[in-house]
Ligand binder design. Structure first.
Ligand code: DGL
Length: 276
């Protein structure tokens, strides 16, 4: 364990985690953050369990090599397919004092508080939905809650190609919402269980039944991180607080800088990282 304080690591397959980091920065502005997007290998959503696990582990190790003591997987697909194995198997071997957190647990801890009908809908990538991580985790906190899922593989490309607010997006938004509500018309709460979907919020709100509660994860994850740091002063003391934000991408710096503001809400400068 290094004695110097270190930034909080924030990982995503690409740009999407910036929607989570944006809320972390709002809630916990004093901390230093080191963000890395594995854009060269994104999207993770359609990839196999083993591939997502191997890629995520390699990226987590990079954060640890930079000195980070705490890393947040700000990616649903990585949280669904890699987090548990990293927490239960790899951390003990790499450094038992370091911690890796995800975005699924914070959301599943609170989702039941929003539903009156007792039926909630999860919208995510194919990888997240197939992993069954949400139904499994939600059952631990809200055993009687009925959970319905819909994979929306077209939604990430719509956002990444800047089609998220264009009329062409309407077809795919309606298609997946219809499929979800056909499973259970009494769903009254939707969780946007993918980092990109907050950008589709206006259209999802327009096409979901009136009165549906729509949850995006950024503020939930940020609030949970705040509570985690309060509960774990030994970790909080190892996190540096100079208000700095540093960004790395495994692909083109130019592309990252051009696209990032859509997700982060402000312009940023990234550096290139070659993962070998
Ligand atoms: N960040 C991913 C997630 O939240 C979406 C993008 C991808 O498929 O890589 O699931």
């Amino acid at each position: 364990m290094s004695s110097a304080k270190q930034p909080i690591g924030v990982f995503d397959s690409g740009y999407g985690g910036l929607t989570i980091l944006k809320e972390m920065v709002k809630t916990l502005p004093a901390y230093d953050y080191l963000y890395m997007g594995d854009n060269a290998r994104a999207p993770y959503g359609p990839r196999s369990f083993d591939t997502v696990y191997q890629y995520t582990l390699q990226c987590v190790q990079w954060f640890f090599e930079q000195g980070c003591e705490l890393v947040v997987l700000a990616c649903n697909t990585a949280s669904a397919k890699a987090l548990r194995t990293i927490q239960q198997k790899d951390l003990a071997k790499i450094d038992p004092h370091k911690r890796v957190l995800g975005v699924i647990r914070p959301t599943t801890e609170v989702i039941g508080e929003y539903s009156r009908s007792g039926s909630v809908g999860i919208l995510g990538t194919t990888g997240t939905v197939v992993s069954e991580s949400y139904p499994i985790e939600i059952a631990k906190f809200f055993p009687s809650l009925k959970v319905y899922q819909e994979a929306c593989p077209m939604w990430v490309p719509l956002v990444e190609n800047h089609e998220y607010d264009k009329p062409g997006a309407d077809y795919f938004i309606r298609q997946h919402l219809n499929r979800l509500f056909e499973q259970a018309p009494d769903i009254d709460t939707l969780l946007l269980a993918c980092t990109h979907y907050p950008l589709l919020m206006d259209k999802i709100r327009a096409f979901a039944p009136a009165g549906t509660t729509i949850l995006s994860q950024g503020n939930i994850v940020a609030t949970s991180l705040k509570a985690y740091l309060e509960r774990h002063p030994e970790m909080e003391q190892r996190c540096s607080k100079n208000g700095s934000r540093t960004f790395y991408t495994t692909d083109s710096v130019q592309d990252f800088n051009n696209h990032a503001s859509l997700f982060f809400g402000e312009k940023l400068e990234s550096k290139h990282l070659e993962l070998l």
